[in-house]
Write a protein that binds this ligand. Sequence first.
Ligand SMILES: C[S@@+](CC[C@H](N)C(=O)[O-])C[C@H]1O[C@@H](n2cnc3c(N)ncnc32)[C@H](O)[C@@H]1O
Length: 219
Amino acid sequence: MTPDFWIERWQKGEIGFHQASGNDLLPAHWPVLGSAPDSTILVPLCGKSLDMAWLAAQSHRVVGVELSPLAVDDFFREQGVEAETRTVGPFMVRTAGPITIWCGDIFDLPGEAVKDVAAVYDRAALVAFPSRLQTRYAKTLETLVPSAPVLLISLSYPDGQIAGPPFSTPLMQVTELFGARYNIGICETRDGLAQSPNLRERGVTALDEAVYVLRPKIT
Ligand SMILES: C[S@@+](CC[C@H](N)C(=O)[O-])C[C@H]1O[C@@H](n2cnc3c(N)ncnc32)[C@H](O)[C@@H]1O
């Protein structure tokens, strides 16, 4: 999965993963992390997710990371706010109010972007990567924000039913990726097929959605 793949998807408007009303599992499970209202939340691979606005409405500061400048432009335009722009190395960094989005590759993200981060919200980030990059992504989170708990929304479907993304990522894989460094709790599992018309149309016949809380073993 190269950066160009995602840049082109945004250019062609092929963003079936985007949820027009945000993700309902976030408000249901966010309190489990116990994040202080003024704390900073990292949203990796944020797209133009309205979940960032929801987190900001809970009085959090939000740091998003997203490859596509179109996604970042859309987010701020749809929020009806003007974002200030600066450049940090290969990143265009755009800020409006409590929300800052670092536009570039998460694997190049500098430590200064995440210095205040207290927790991570991952919806459709881990599952956007194939297996090899999932390993790299897990290590990147562990390195960048070693003491931050993670609310992770993952999904799984029958093996080989579609070519990802999203890549089926069941509990066993979440455990392989994160189990050495985090205690893994399951907050909820549910049948997600009804809420995923995009995946139904692509041929997925069974879809499990799961919400995990990952708590670092050493803080
Ligand atoms: C499946 S979408 C999920 C977007 C968002 N989390 C949501 O819930 O709508 C994955 C997003 O990650 C972005 N992306 C993919 N690889 C990336 C990378 N290496 N660094 C930063 N963003 C990336 C893509 O452009 C895309 O917007």
